[in-house]
Design a protein around this ligand. Structure first.
Ligand code: SOE
Length: 394
């Protein structure tokens, strides 16, 4: 029992760089912001090297540090495993943790390949039978403005959806001297901009419209083919040595597809949009209205109501800071705004509610597998230069 008289759940986190720091912030604060039925206890953080793991545990608020995540499988005081490592380790850690009866939160994309994702789904299904839950961390779904967009579309405010225009624009590797960090290597990341940020806009397109992509056609490009090997790197920064290595993932991916509700969707995911830092944008056009969002202005949602008289109609800005807006009631008075980190707090709040109520959290591992299939279809289309690749919807 916690001081507040609530049940506690022990948490272990594997990995501690950018995503680990973002998740730690959420584990530290979720029960202070939200009236969740359980209080997370940050038991142990795992990393590869002892000194770095200990320093990260101290800084991020974990009680202990360890260098072998397998240790967690036998720990009775750990109920939840949070996976914040590069994609090549997701499957092994998630499958072992689920088999050991731990609830799992796994960073996106779910895996590096469809096969790994299928194995993770099989493990999650077996665990579900035993009341053990699994969720993949597409945090941007928990941006209040995007949760509001989904609610408005579900309520029919846009009518029949014709178009989704989604972009995720970053520029952190435009400099050819930026080193060959793990996100630029196929063996650790699976793909480049496509899986790292394209996966977010695929998820959001399906999330806000409530529709699935049924097929795609794609182009990918690697603008800088060789980069200095990293001498030091963390998160999205690093320094390079004099030796170079091949970049084995895409720098940019462009694709378009069909939605099962009849609409068309276009996507652009790039790390070469100079000046765009985290411009994750989505516009949805329906028969009676449109919505537009840009994460660089994350507290705003733009709405065009096509049912208004033409003389007065026009896009208007909804400032998504009202207590009636999704998640906002837990935070500040109207107009005071939230940040990137809150999306993770909301994600972990929803995860804890699902775990405690014995329901399935969303997005599930099945949803993660669906996105993995879209990523594979995009790669397939781009590599084979074939026009169209269908996506199985099972
Ligand atoms: C790097 O492109 C990255 O950190 C992604 O991995 C995250 O998912 C995104 O939120 C921010 O950018």
């Amino acid at each position: 029992m916690s001081l507040a008289g609530k049940k506690t759940l022990g948490v272990a986190m594997v990995g501690y760089a950018f995503m680990g720091a973002a998740h730690s912030q959420a584990w530290r604060t979720v029960h202070r912001a939200f009236d969740v039925p359980v209080v997370p206890e940050m038991k142990v953080l795992y990393g590869r090297t002892r000194d770095a793991a200990e320093a990260a545990a101290g800084k991020l608020g974990w009680a202990q540090a360890g260098t072998d995540w397998r240790e967690v499988l036998g720990r009775d005081d750990v109920d939840i495993v949070d996976i914040c490592t590069p994609g090549d380790t997701h499957a092994e850690i998630a499958i072992a943790a689920l088999a050991a009866g731990k609830h799992v939160l796994c960073e996106k994309p779910l895996a590096n390949t469809v096969q790994e994702a299928e194995e993770m789904v099989a493990a999650a299904r077996a665990a579900r039978e035993r009341g053990v839950r699994a969720m993949v961390g597409f945090n941007y779904r928990r941006t209040p403005a995007l949760a509001l967009a989904r609610d408005m579309i579900a309520a029919g405010r846009l009518g029949r959806i014709a178009h989704v225009r989604a972009q995720y624009l970053q520029d952190w590797i435009v400099d050819p001297e930026f080193p060959l960090v793990w996100r630029l290597r196929k063996e650790s990341a699976g793909s480049g901009a496509l899986g790292d940020i394209g996966a977010h806009i695929i998820d959001l397109t399906q999330f806000v419209t409530g529709q699935r992509l049924t097929g795609v056609s794609a182009l990918t490009e690697t603008f800088v083919k060789e980069r200095p090997l990293p001498s030091a790197a963390t998160g999205l920064s690093g320094t390079g040595s004099t030796e170079k290595g091949a970049v084995t993932v895409d720098d940019a991916a462009l694709f378009f597809g069909r939605l099962d509700g009849g609409g068309l969707a276009s996507f652009e995911a790039t790390r070469f949009a100079t000046g765009r830092k985290n411009a994750m944008r989505i516009e949805v056009n329906g028969s009676t209205g449109s919505l537009a969002f840009d994460f660089e202005f994350m507290n705003e949602l733009h709405f065009y109501d096509g049912t208004e008289p033409a003389a007065e109609a026009g896009f208007r800005r909804i400032l998504v800071t009202e207590p009636d807006h999704p998640y906002i009631g837990a935070w500040w008075p109207p107009g005071h705004g939230l940040g990137y980190e809150h999306t993770f707090t909301h994600e972990i709040r929803d995860f804890l509610l699902a775990v405690e109520s014995g329901t399935d959290p969303a997005p599930s591992f099945e949803d993660g597998l669906g996105i993995q299939r879209v990523l594979a279809a995009v790669q397939d289309s781009a590599e084979s230069r074939s026009l169209w690749v269908d996506i199985p919807l099972t």
